[in-house]
Design a protein around this ligand. Structure first.
Ligand code: FUB
Length: 370
């Protein structure tokens, strides 16, 4: 995750909200409720800026929303941003998140409930720092929370924590998933019963340190560039107990319309971070953030392992450096959950939103202007 460019994109008017910030810093581990709605069209906020949707919660800062439908209800598993006071740098050290809250809602536009702290770094035995974008899966009566976190050697790994409830609290395993690395786990359960984890993120997410398959601490912490192949997201099938990789970690290839793998220099199309997999009419849609070009894009394939062929832009740049998304079907409609920086104007204090995802008759996704 590259962070210095955000200053170029920082809105001229920073919406500093001191009282809100104070509330976020002293966030109690208790139930809270706030409301938000998916807007049918852009609406202006009190500053006159127009946004397609409004923040789902305003009492805490939230980002990287992974949404799922469990028992007819929508649950959102976001990062919990807060003002850690860590100076900004390119590696994203200022994204120093320490816990997760789970949000839920019965309907799009309805009341959003914040269920309080679901997992805290202090309860993760192998924790170093920085609890980034999580995801959740359900199997055999248990909810599995997957989370990226730097270990005590400052290397991002992916951990798993379990709970009998979708809202937690979650209990972390003693060690991260063996063979896991980098950030942004996204879990997809296929119709044949297999479950896959997609993961990886460049720059601050450390994916470039793993290009040979082995960890290279000396790899420069910047995005790969040039005419070499793009660095792909990774995918691994999960074991029946959902706590291990049951097969090798594979790299995902994204092809252009001519069937050629995308190049590292193709920054408007290649994978950067925040992958998500959903299935629509039998095809696998792999969507992701292009990071430094600020787009959410998608590619389509016929296997959960890819290759996927690049198809287009899902969402144009949001306010803030970049966004991170998830896509779900709920009551016959498709929705995309994402974040921007409407509440704070600061790239490390984000707020999650939702809007409808529309498709053309051929299954292609209609580009959203947020
Ligand atoms: O929230 C921390 C990181 O920022 C996520 O892991 C990335 O996807 C980006 O949203």
């Amino acid at each position: 995750m590259l962070r210095n460019l955000f200053t170029l994109r920082r809105p001229a008017l920073l919406l500093a909200l001191p009282t809100l910030l104070a509330a976020c810093q002293s966030q109690p581990a208790q139930q809270q409720a706030a409301t938000g709605a998916a807007a049918p069209g852009a609406k202006a906020d009190s500053t006159g800026k127009k946004y397609l949707a409004q923040p789902l919660v305003r009492d805490i800062y939230t980002a990287d929303p992974s949404a799922h439908v469990f028992n007819g209800k929508i649950y959102i598993y976001p990062s919990h941003d807060f003002e850690a006071g860590v100076p900004e740098n390119d590696n994203g050290d200022h994204f120093a998140m320490r816990d997760y809250h789970v949000l839920s809602l019965d309907s799009i536009g309805g009341k959003v409930t914040d269920h309080g702290v679901a997992l805290d770094t202090k309860d993760i035995p192998w924790a170093g720092r920085q609890l980034w974008a999580p995801d959740v899966a359900f199997k055999n009566g248990t909810y599995y929370l997957y989370f990226p976190l730097k270990d005590k050697q400052d290397v991002f790994r992916i951990g798993v924590a379990t709970s009998p409830s979708p809202t937690g609290p979650f209990k972390a395993e003693a060690a991260p998933i063996a063979g896991s690395f980098s950030i942004d786990p996204a879990v997809f359960a296929d119709t044949d019963g297999k479950t896959y984890m997609y993961f990886g993120g460049l720059w601050g997410g450390q994916l470039q340190r793993w290009v040979t398959g082995k960890y290279n601490a000396a790899a420069p912490d910047k995005k790969p560039d040039g005419n070499g192949p793009a660095v792909g997201a990774r995918v691994a099938v999960l074991s029946p107990d959902m706590k291990h990789f049951a097969g090798p970690v594979k790299e995902i290839t994204i092809l252009d319309s001519l069937g050629k793998p995308l190049l590292a220099s193709d920054s408007k199309h290649r994978f950067f971070e925040g992958g998500w997999l959903h299935k629509y009419q039998g095809k696998y849609y792999f969507s992701y953030s292009t990071g430094d070009t600020h787009l959410l894009v998608y590619a389509v394939g016929t296997s959960p392992y890819g290759p996927f062929t690049y198809k287009g832009v899902i969402m144009k740049p949001v306010e803030g450096w970049t966004t991170h998304h998830s896509i779900i079907e709920f009551k016959g409609k498709w929705y995309i959950f994402y974040h921007d920086t409407q509440l704070s104007g600061k790239t490390w204090l984000r707020n999650v939103k939702v809007t409808e995802l529309k498709r053309n008759p051929d299954g292609s996704i209609v580009t959203i202007t947020p």
